[in-house]
Design a protein around this ligand. Structure first.
Ligand code: AMP
Ligand code: GLY
Length: 423
């Protein structure tokens, strides 16, 4: 089979490495991929948002199956465009991808179907939003409606910060049209859990839970990033919590999407907060998380392509999806300065025996050398019988992967380790 993977980050690298385990896979193309992914797939310089380019490539190269991994092409309707040409895909169509593409849509969906989430108000007018903020409970959370490169959520600890956020999103158009509408919602507290799931629109099969580390600095300090590391499973996500989430959140969500004529097929990501009043949805993503995928897929014992095809064919109920009982830890190695400004172009050296556990996010090949080209450069994953061993193994690998200007958090997994010990 000839497979196409749309995207070019660490998540896509993890998907590609897993797909390669299937013996029927002859060739994998990555659009655009990156310098590190080039070791595992044929990278073609077509942007993940160039829907026409992607469809032309898939048709001309007789692609058998496509995995559309990032949010933008999904929200733009990449799966619809490929399906129109008869190309089978993993990923939701445009109508279903709106669950991530519009926060106003997802909040209204949850309200309509009684799915637990933070209380909220929607605004299409900055003056009304500012007036509401005069008396709204503080802290509060301001969210741009549309996609905003992961930066559209502002936790405002003061009334001033909240007002500034409204002005920059709605009036200064910091995120363009994504900020035409905003959600202002209740600030929730509690441990966060990421649960990715496979769903064919009829059944939902949660993958192993995970914990992201979003802040740039140790002990959750500094700016929000795309994610500085992950561990799986998440110790806060007990069997009882999982059952509660299945009944109150996962099943109601896929049923709601079907009832709305927006059947979701693909990976539905539930960003959850375990509050004192039970689990609540913080966000939905219409795709695999990054860097959650880099710990979840290494623990998947079933064949990924078989599971993905079952999603496409709506036969997920008859397909085994099995996860290992082990633990995984992924440490992201970034460029110093990320997520603000950083230098790039530094040579990366990865010892040959570590290539298998390395997922490259931001690197380019130049004269056969791998050079840093992004904020998040690569992720290093280890799988072990205990979380502690997985963390130690990953940090040992990190020591041996070298590039100038490298930066990583030193405490990935420590919160989970502590929570696990307290249980
Ligand atoms: P996102 O960029 O959508 O992944 O959200 C960023 C982070 O904002 C989440 O991981 C949460 O930590 C936080 N967050 C979002 N909504 C809320 C909320 N209602 N209460 C508290 N924290 C929130
Ligand atoms: N790691 C969070 C995300 O993929 O959105």
């Amino acid at each position: 089979m000839k497979i196409l993977v749309v995207g070019g980050g660490g998540r896509e690298h993890a998907i590609i490495k897993k797909l390669k385990e299937n013996e029927t896979v002859e060739q994998i193309f990555a659009l655009p991929g990156n310098g590190g992914i080039a070791a595992d797939a044929t990278c073609i310089n077509i942007a993940a948002t160039d829907i026409e380019g992607i469809v032309d490539f898939a048709v001309n190269n007789k692609i058998d199956y496509t995995v559309v991994a990032p949010d933008d092409p999904l929200v733009l309707g990449c799966v619809d465009a490929l399906n129109e040409k008869g190309i089978l895909c993993f990923g939701p169509n445009k109508a279903a991808a709106i669950i991530e593409g519009s926060k106003v849509f997802s909040k209204n969906l949850m309200k309509k179907y009684g799915i637990p989430t933070a209380k909220y108000e929607v605004f299409d007018d900055a003056d009304k939003a500012l007036k509401y903020l005069e008396t709204a409970p503080i802290p509060t959370v301001i969210k741009a409606d549309g996609l905003a490169l992961g930066k559209g959520v502002i936790i405002a600890m003061t009334r001033e910060e909240a007002k500034d956020a409204v002005v920059s999103i709605m009036q200064d158009k910091q995120f363009g049209k994504s900020g035409d509408n905003i959600v202002i919602e209740e600030f929730l507290t509690g441990p966060e859990v990421s649960v990715l799931s496979f769903t064919d629109g009829n059944v939902v099969v949660p993958m192993i839970s995970s914990m992201d580390h979003k802040r740039a600095g140790d002990n959750d300090t500094g700016l929000n990033t795309g994610g500085m590391g992950t561990v799986a499973p998440n110790p806060y996500y007990t069997d009882a919590v999982a059952e509660d989430c299945m009944q109150k959140i996962f099943l109601p969500t896929i049923r709601a999407m079907k009832a709305e004529g927006r059947t979701f097929k693909g990976c539905l990501y539930f960003g959850l907060m375990l509050t004192q009043n039970g689990p609540k949805v913080i966000e939905y993503n219409c795709r695999f998380g990054d860097p959650e995928t880099q710990v979840v897929l290494p623990l998947l014992e079933s064949d990924l392509l078989t599971v993905m095809q079952a999603v496409t064919n709506e036969t997920l109920a008859d397909t085994e999806v099995k996860f290992s009982k082990k633990h995984a830890c992924c440490v992201i190695m970034a460029s110093q300065g990320y997520p603000s400004s950083y230098e790039k172009g530094y040579e990366i050296t990865i010892p040959a025996d570590l290539l298998n556990s390395t997922y490259v996010a931001g690197a380019a090949l130049k004269d056969d050398k791998l050079l840093t080209s992004g904020g998040r450069v690569l992720g290093v994953t280890s799988v072990a019988n205990t979380l502690k061993d997985a963390i130690n193994a990953s940090y040992e690998k990190v020591e041996n992967i070298k590039f100038d200007n490298r930066y990583y958090r030193n405490d990935i997994g420590q919160k989970a380790l502590k929570a696990g010990e307290e249980k």
